[in-house]
Design a protein around this ligand. Sequence first.
Ligand code: PEP
Ligand code: MG
Length: 596
Amino acid sequence: MSKSNKDEIILKGIAASPGVAQGLVYHLLQVEIEIPSYYIDDDKKQFERDRLEKALLETRRQITTVRNEIADKLGEDEARIFDAHLLVLEDNALIDETMHELDSSNLNIEFCYHKAASRYIDAFVHIDDEYLKERVSDLRDVTKRVLENLVGETKILNSSHTEGKVIVSTDLTPSDAATIGKSKVGGIATNLGSRNSHAIIMARSLDIPAVIGLHDITDRVQSDDYVLINGYDGILIINPSESSLERYGKIKREKESIERVYKDERKLAAISIDGHSISILANIDGSEDFNSIKDLGSRGVGLFRTESIFLRDNKFPSEEDQFQIYRKVVEAYNDSFVIIRTIDLGGDKIMQTDFFEHKEENPFMGFRAIRFCLEHTNIFKDQLRAILRASVFGNIKIMYPFINDKEELIAANNILDEAKDELRTRGVSFNEHILVGSMIELPSAVFCADDLAEHCSFFSIGTNDLIQYILAVDRVNDKVSHIYKPNHPAVLRAIKIILDAGKNKNIPVGVCGEMAGDPLFVPLLFGMGVNELSMTANAIPQVNYIIRNIKYSDAVKLAGKVLNMNNANEIFKLLMHFYSSNIESLINASIDHDNK
Ligand code: PEP
Ligand code: MG
């Protein structure tokens, strides 16, 4: 028997974040938007009018895109409904009424638009005319889109209603992820998505099981349906039967015993059987409870994704606010170091501000990260001064994302020098010897790594982006996720080039992309000579266990073999074989022993 009397339905998607969860569905598309209401001064009214205009333009663009897709796939007749939507969108009467409401009430524009649209909908509902009644649903659709664009998606995901529930959505944006971070979500299931999107990386770091690529899960379930998700194998079960609940309960318990084996050793140093060590660090976004992630065995931070601070509140925090945050992190890690990455906004990490007003055709190749900072130097310098000020409270290193050539690195360093001068003028102290590193995540940076090494003190390989650019495969597009292969020979050879450059110029090289915490790749990266592995804190106990239970000499042999291979699948098989013969067998033996 299932939790309800309905039949059980089993769906297969992509396993994106491990774990088993069960609970009621929280259907993101069916959630009503909460419309804020606040007072607007007369001199701010033009700003509100501009916001509405921008939201209308964005909605027009969205509707036109959907219209053209439908026309291509199903024909002009089917697409006509969206012409009706465009007419509703551009209806002057509704816009005039909204403006009138703004003038008379002095309330924010989304409130005024919502009020005017609700009046329209009410009036249409009561007219006895079939044609006009049909227009009500167009009106609802269009005004909802406009309101979503005005309010921003973050507001739709209400953290106080999601506790213990399985969030079901088409896809998740990084701003959704930021909201998920604040609540105790049970699990995540999406139609689309990729293991490497920032939302899913966030889910893994929060231990939230996730299954993605389920195609039409948003159509198959309603809010408050009961589902079970298995993030180990990418399974979602709607109306799970008692026997499924029991089976997955057992899987959960087995996985927990394995995790206990890892956790027993997590505080012991990451040194291989034959005495070779590697640093194991945490990737953070600043919202963590540092005591609990230190308890997982992280001995420092290899990547602090600072843009999360900006995305969480959708505003540019002041130098002082940032200083307080960086200081808290570095004080928590007072016995180690913290690598603070300067903001990597852009790509899929877009703030709803004028700075990102123009929707880009190709955001991952567009105006992001260091490109943004070199243009908006005031924002960049606010952050650099905040980091510098925090540097007297511990060991901070600065790292720039998305460096393309040495000119960018030099330009960033020059701005850092200006920030230092400004602090000197203010009489504020900072660590004069602070180290600066470059992320290597673009193919251009790989081939110029020797040149870059002349202008920085360390490298950190951002494999998430590096793979997407080397293989020309969008990291958040599930249609091409099967081509996204860390085990592709081109990716591994690129990593080797970076490591060689680091060795030649005597600077350490870390890896901070998802590959660093992937048990399959840990022995390989170790054997290739990577100095630091930085990962989501949850992965640390397992990675520590792997390093402690293999021989460095075996890892070096493995790396030698792999770098001579030219077939991704063969490489994958060899890595699997290494893992199962060195690690899996050991874990099984430990669990058997504990169970006796
Ligand atoms: C990377 O690209 O590997 C990386 C660590 O940066 P992010 O995932 O934040 O783009
Ligand atoms: Mg990156």
